[in-house]
Design a protein around this ligand. Sequence first.
Ligand code: DOR
Length: 426
Amino acid sequence: MSKSVVIKGGTIVNPDGQSRVDVRIENGKVVEVGANLSADVQLDASGCIVSSGFIDLHAHLREPGKEEAETIETGSRAGALGGYTALVAMPNTDPPQDSIAVIDFVREQGKRAGLVDVVPSGCITLGRLGETLAPMAELAQAGVTLFTDDGVGVQDASLMRRALEYAKGLGVTLAQHCEVAELTKGAVMNECQCCTDLGLPGWPSIAEELMVFRDIELVRITGASMHFLHLSTARSVELVRAAKRDGLSITAEVTPHHLSLTQELLSSYDSVYKVNPPLRSAEDIRALKVGLLDGTIDAIATDHAPHPRRDKEMSLDMAPPGMLGLETALGVVMAYGDLEIKDVVSLLSWNPARIAKIDADHGRPIAVGESANICVFDPDLAWSVDIERLASKSINTPYVGRTLRGRVRHTIFKGTPTVIDGQAQK
Ligand code: DOR
């Protein structure tokens, strides 16, 4: 029997409201909610919010194949420290997640680490090459619910149409990385006046929006479900808003970095700011925030993309795109998102749990009988990143020297604390 745990003195945030009560946990479940509770392990939550644990729809855990950058264990630990209890593992591993063998391996490594639920996504196409469909039925049978070629978009409209038809039949969701590749060759930053001045090749907004538009229309004719990954432009938000108004089964996410950082940072020529899709303009950020508030955007997902220092130290054109996200997401969202606490929890937990179809155990209300996957965070604590203390194997975070607000104090995964007072427990 595991030790009983009590979370004391915090404010619970549930979809139906907030309340100041203690929470008692036993054998992986919430067993009591009320005043003056006690247990074997007592976690102080004074001044803190107690919410369901966060779910990241978009984490690059790099294992198998790129363990120099991250492993499932180090990524899981970074996730736990960021308040996460489940991570959807992106498929651009080596080999990619297009077979049962690799899916099983990722899941098993997740269980071995035991810090979060690692939920492998499956590739849409074999090898993420965009040529032949992956064995979607077989992967769906093995429990895969989200399919994506993330890192690249599926370029071939006919293949994408077929993938959506299969997805509809199988009851799974396709998650698209929206980028028309012909328009972004060699690009390192957003196409804007600034990129012309800097002499850097630009990644135009239209490269994202064309694929968003195409896929909305493919969803319209197939009736399938689609999730748009890391949307970054004002027009993409408008397109999704209109598609939702038409009743299409579409969801969308934005990243913390696209809500907080702008294209002008590339004037430093520092590759820590190189990311795909690129950092955009202040107007785009404003539109993404409106999208979060009016429900057009359903989730905030990290696109946690660790890269070895040696790779990120290459020149801007050679360095791989991507930045860390798991340990800083809450602090960035609270500092830059202009959101109420309830919206933060909804975007980081309740909605992503539904999109990943793991809402039987995650993103649940804090209530008796529910699985104890819980995050306790101080919403007001200002802090900054200490690069020496990151749990991630990589250090490519753009937030060094920036003040973040809101920090995870404890994380509880299946009833066991994985983080206590900001310290990982294993
Ligand atoms: O910046 C990015 N990095 N965007 C992606 O879509 C892929 C990711 C990676 O895998 O490094």
